[in-house]
Write a protein that binds this ligand. Sequence first.
Ligand code: SF4
Length: 164
Amino acid sequence: MKILISSCLLGEDVRYDGANSSIAFNPKFPFSSKELFMDILCENEIYSFCPEVAGGLGIPRNPAEIVNNNKPFIVKDENGTDVTINFLLGAKKALDICKEENIKVALLKANSPSCGNIKIYDGTFSHNLVDGQGLTARLLKDNEIEVFNEEQLRELSKFIKTNK
Ligand code: SF4
């Protein structure tokens, strides 16, 4: 199965701070999760994608949060610069790839203003998580693409098995 995966989860240094969120090398994940992740990588066709870089933002970049999570969306970085258009562009490019390649499922980084599928930071740069979705996760879900995060590898694996 084709799977779109957040580049940072694959170990690519694309995060705002120039680092990555590698599942394989993160000590917080038990070996069983890493093993499952590696099985998913080996048994499927992986499309690595970072919406924020695709949307024109650099590495490193200032951290950004969603200030208004309903249309009109507003995303600002910690200096108050409006980066909404970059986030919208990245989301659109993610959807374009999914449509072009017939990708029906994505594994996206939790809590990100682009990739988060359940929680996002509240827009005050206070480390407070609230219910909500990043702009890319939201657009993919709105277009019937299933989105899982790195805490949901078992659910993703089950989805793959039942939709082969
Ligand atoms: S936008 Fe998504 S893929 Fe890119 S660094 Fe942030 S969480 Fe990772």
